[in-house]
Design a protein around this ligand. Structure first.
Ligand SMILES: Nc1ncnc2c1ncn2[C@@H]1O[C@H](COP(=O)(O)OP(=O)(O)O)[C@@H](O)[C@H]1O
Ligand SMILES: [Mg+2]
Length: 231
């Protein structure tokens, strides 16, 4: 079995919501750098909850989530903001582009928030990487769903995050557009060494993943690993 560098350690995590729903009930998994991990299972099994914990957007009720060796639950707000802005990229099912900003401006925004230099050149570079340089000046309403999601992937990757987290990224797309988006997520792992975690119902997404995590009722039922080259 090849050893992979762990980017996220989820250790015996539970997550209960107000009202008593136990969304996660003792989940442990190592999420590897340079690999695509797919979270699979029917609606309500806890995929989004686990993704939010992996992205330090939410915290365990018990157990711990370590990102780059740090337990997310022990970080203060400043450190959490730095972690999210510096280390993590998010892609959502509904794209969540800002409608009044151009494609380029949407991609540039995380860099501006992080007060980086050379933001426009970098945003253009990653927009080229997703194949949408010619749409730089377009507003979201002028783009197809697939193009919007590719802009969202560019935005998620613009700061070269170690973790790329995608919640049903092809859920609103036709097969062809979905495949293009999945290809970009695959390349983020292969070319940038990102740990890519995708919650998905899509058979295509499951097929291209290196690790398939089957979830049911807040638990991991099984983990299937595809062997590959170590990072
Ligand atoms: N904010 C919330 N408050 C209360 N219950 C929630 C909340 N978010 C999710 N749940 C519940 O937690 C369980 C897991 O949900 P979720 O993680 O969204 O699953 P999935 O993404 O696999 O559909 C479900 O029973 C859901 O209804
Ligand atoms: Mg979900």
């Amino acid at each position: 079995m090849t050893d992979y560098v762990s980017a996220i350690s989820v250790r015996n995590v539970t997550r209960s919501y107000d009202g008593g729903v136990e969304a996660l009930r003792g989940v442990s998994i190592e999420i590897a750098a340079g690999r695509v991990t797919a979270l699979l299972g029917r609606s309500g099994c806890g995929k989004t909850t686990l993704l939010n914990l992996c992205g330090a957007m939410d915290f365990p009720s018990s157990g711990e989530v370590l990102i780059a060796g740090q337990a997310t639950g022990s970080l203060d707000d400043a450190k959490l903001t730095a972690l999210r802005r510096g280390t993590i990229g998010f892609v959502f099912q509904a794209f969540q582009l800002l409608p009044s900003l151009t494609a380029l401006e949407n991609v540039e925004l995380p860099l501006l928030l992080a007060r980086a230099n050379g933001t426009e050149a970098r945003a253009l570079e990653i927009l080229r990487w997703v194949g949408l340089e010619e749409k730089a000046k377009a507003l979201p309403f002028q783009l197809s769903g697939g193009q919007m999601q590719r802009v969202a992937v560019a935005r998620a990757l613009v700061h070269q995050p170690k973790l790329l987290i995608a919640d049903e990224p092809t859920g609103n797309l036709d097969t062809l557009s979905g495949d293009l988006v999945l290809g970009l997520l695959r390349r983020a792992a292969d070319e940038f060494g990102a740990a890519v975690v995708i919650a998905t119902h899509s058979a295509e997404a499951a097929a291209m993943a290196d690790v398939r995590v089957r979830m049911r009722d807040g638990r991991i039922e099984g983990i299937e690993q595809v062997e590959g080259s170590a990072q």
